[in-house]
Ligand binder design. Structure first.
Ligand code: SF4
Ligand code: SF4
Length: 674
């Protein structure tokens, strides 16, 4: 709350206070007038010669745009009346990450490139040929995606507030769908509604009106008893959709007749036998008094000019109707074809008293196009990244199998070495350098700061690879300790280890710090960790400066393409790896420190030990590259799991019948017995 309030103080004042005139000129060069929208004061209307050019609004006003680490930012958006962006400018942000990772220019450029984007169609689903983002900010996936989403959300909100497209964004009539249907199918699908009123019912209903028998003139039904004779047999439907109209009028005639109406007119078809819904007075009065349409409180009546007589219904097996008509409903009648309506057929007697028969009509769902549900941006990103997700999932599955079957695999020292070097190379090249999915202390900070910033799953899901690796890391750390991430999935860790491996193969000897200093040196990373977390509650900017202790952005995300101090620092740390195994990981890395803390809760460690480990045997201790098994002191021979990287070197010794002394002894005994 404190954080958000501070930001409120910085995105302050009304839209007109904050909006620079130069931006209005940039978006709408010909403008001569601006005014706040009368319904939504968050939106500025921009006009030229009294003609609306478009709107300007701020993402902060519209959707409270929050970026990396839930920090507010503001983009001033210009929206053309055709739904494209007239421009977008990042006018405020407070994202510490930008200071070190993404340059402000990158972000500004990214936002500016949104110009021309058609936001009226909703957030597009990414395809291979049409990527989600017009441009992407180098390694600023989370921030750029959040900004992209806020542009769409706020534009959509502005479109709804200003009713820029009316029903365009709601349900729409499917005019074009074509279906060849017989009469029975038209009825079954609800495209045509039929209703029959028997003479007996009509007489009861209209008893006070003195219904004459002579109106019954249905063909072939004259001989029926009165109780089965029909007073009115009527069929109604909306004629505009081809799926109905072409079956009523015939394919070719439908398009021809419909083209005689205004494009925005709606047309209904009425066909009837029995009581004449048209009567004969309309020829004189030019008004159809016996029928009207009711929709909500809207009463629509018809004039002679709205009427078109039809001779025959084209659809197969359609009954013969005495009267068939099309009635035009002009746009000024405010008829909505999607909403239910009903036809009233009014019966008048000689005294002009009236009763009515009601025929309700609800347009079939099959003829309504519903707006596509907008996908949350993270869904788009996950769809866009499906192949990367697949590759990562396979890699994590392989790592899980290695862990489950570690004892078996450890028996094959050479093969295991190849597997490990290959996996680390994959982690460095594909996970790190190619996809940039390097976890950092910021990912842990985001979790720690949830009580302050609030939990927004959308934010965590927006970078799928980071999300998957983070979830895998947290779960695996809670089960086994930090080792699975640090030992296998951290690209910078992999880079150090690979450098060390190459150096070793080149014959360069390692120079280890005396063991007695380890316990003190190990604590450095915890000091750094506590400082970053503590200071982040006071100033994210300072915390992010301290977090620069992680060289990940330089060495992994930005491929050493950064300022000289950053590159020199990363190179020094990597040079250390030539002489000392993972020096940065063991003593400095705050992310490693945080995982070591989480790892204290681990359920198991899944690494095998013997009672001889540490005393008298010290082979594992010597072979542990990161010295997580002390060879002296009170912890002699014990695994310090918060320092273990699950390299499995000790496990190779554990199963080695030629090196592990207890196994050698057993082996010798067996040989003797043999
Ligand atoms: S300690 Fe840090 S750098 Fe080393 S592997 Fe773990 S997270 Fe990566
Ligand atoms: S040798 Fe054993 S204790 Fe040392 S880091 Fe590797 S797995 Fe952990």
């Amino acid at each position: 709350m404190l954080n958000i309030n501070l930001c409120f103080a910085q995105i302050d004042g009304t839209l007109t206070d904050r909006l620079e005139k130069s931006l209005i000129i940039e978006y709408f060069p010909t403008y001569d007038e601006i005014s706040l929208n009368s319904i939504d004061q968050r939106i500025l209307e921009v006009k030229s010669n009294n003609t609306l050019l478009g709107y300007i609004f701020s993402t902060w006003d519209m959707v409270k745009s929050l970026g990396y680490d839930r920090q507010p930012y503001e983009i001033m958006v210009g929206l053309n009346t055709n739904g494209t962006l007239a421009g977008a400018t990042l006018t405020y942000h407070n994202e510490p990450l930008f200071i070190h990772d993404i340059s402000e220019e990158d972000l500004e450029e990214f936002v500016k490139n949104s110009k021309g984007l058609d936001v009226s169609k909703g957030l597009p689903r990414a395809t291979y040929n049409q990527p989600l983002r017009a441009d992407t900010v180098h390694r600023g996936t989370i921030s750029s995606n959040l900004m992209h989403e806020s542009l769409f959300k706020s534009a959509r909100s502005a479109i709804i507030s200003t009713n820029l497209y009316g029903v365009k964004n709601g349900n729409r009539l499917n005019y074009l769908k074509e279906e060849k249907l017989n009469w029975q199918e038209l009825i079954e699908k609800g495209y045509i509604i039929t209703q029959r009123t028997l003479l007996k019912e009509a007489k009861e209903k209209f008893s006070n009106l003195g219904l004459p028998d002579k109106i019954i003139n249905l063909p072939n039904l004259k001989e029926l008893p009165t109780s089965e004779k029909i007073f009115l047999d009527i069929a109604i439907g909306l004629n505009n959709p081809r799926a109905i109209g072409q079956n009523i009028l015939g394919e070719w005639r439908h398009d021809k007749i419909m083209s005689t109406f205004d494009a925005k007119d709606y047309v209904i078809v009425i066909a009837g036998n029995g009581y004449s819904y048209k009567g004969s007075d309309w020829r004189r009065t030019k008004i159809f008094e016996r029928i009207r349409i009711i929709q909500d409180n809207n009463i629509i009546t018809f004039k002679a000019t709205d009427h078109t007589r039809i001779l025959k219904i084209n659809s197969l097996n359609a009954p013969i109707y005495k009267e068939i008509s099309l009635f035009r409903i002009s746009t000024d009648k405010n008829f909505d074809p999607i909403k239910p309506w009903y036809l009233e057929v009014i019966y008048f007697n000689k005294e002009n008293s009236s009763e009515k028969i009601i025929i309700p009509y609800i347009l079939s769902d099959k003829l309504i196009i519903k707006p596509e549900k907008e996908l949350a941006i993270w869904v788009n990103v996950w769809l866009e990244s499906k192949f990367r997700i697949l590759i990562l999932s396979i890699a994590l599955l392989i790592l899980s199998l290695i862990t489950i079957f570690q004892e078996k695999i450890s028996k094959y020292r050479k093969i295991f070495r190849y597997i490990r070097i290959s996996y680390l190379s994959f982690t460095l090249i594909w996970i790190g350098w190619y996809t940039g999915a390097q976890l950092s202390i910021f990912n842990i900070l985001s979790l720690v700061r949830i009580p302050i910033t609030g939990a927004d799953l959308n934010y965590f899901l927006i970078d799928p690879l980071i999300f998957i690796i983070l979830a895998f890391t947290i779960i695996s750390t809670l089960i086994l300790g930090r080792g699975l991430f640090c030992g296998w999935l951290c690209p910078f860790g992999a880079l150090q280890e690979l450098i060390g491996w190459i150096a070793k193969n080149l014959g360069i000897k390692k120079k280890e710090i005396p063991e007695k200093y380890y316990s003190k040196l190990w604590t450095i990373k915890y000091f750094i960790l506590v400082s970053i977390i503590g200071i982040s509650f006071i100033s994210m900017e300072t915390a992010s400066t301290i977090a620069e202790v992680e060289p990940f952005k330089t060495a992994i995300m930005r491929h050493f393409n950064r300022g000289l101090p950053y590159v020199s620092y990363a190179v020094i740390l990597l040079s250390l790896s030539v002489f000392m195994e993972r020096g940065f990981c063991r003593f400095i890395c705050p992310l490693g420190g945080s995982l070591a803390v989480i790892g204290k809760l681990r359920i198991t460690d899944h690494l095998k030990r013997r009672k001889e480990c540490g005393s008298p045997c010290n082979i594992c201790s010597n072979s542990c590259p990161v010295k997580a098994i002390p060879s002296q002191g009170i912890n002699k021979g014990k695994m310090i799991m918060s320092e273990c990287f699950r390299c499995l070197d000790c496990q190779l010794e554990y199963v080695d019948t030629k090196r592990c002394p207890p196994l050698v002894k057993i082996q010798k005994l067996r040989l003797k017995e043999a």
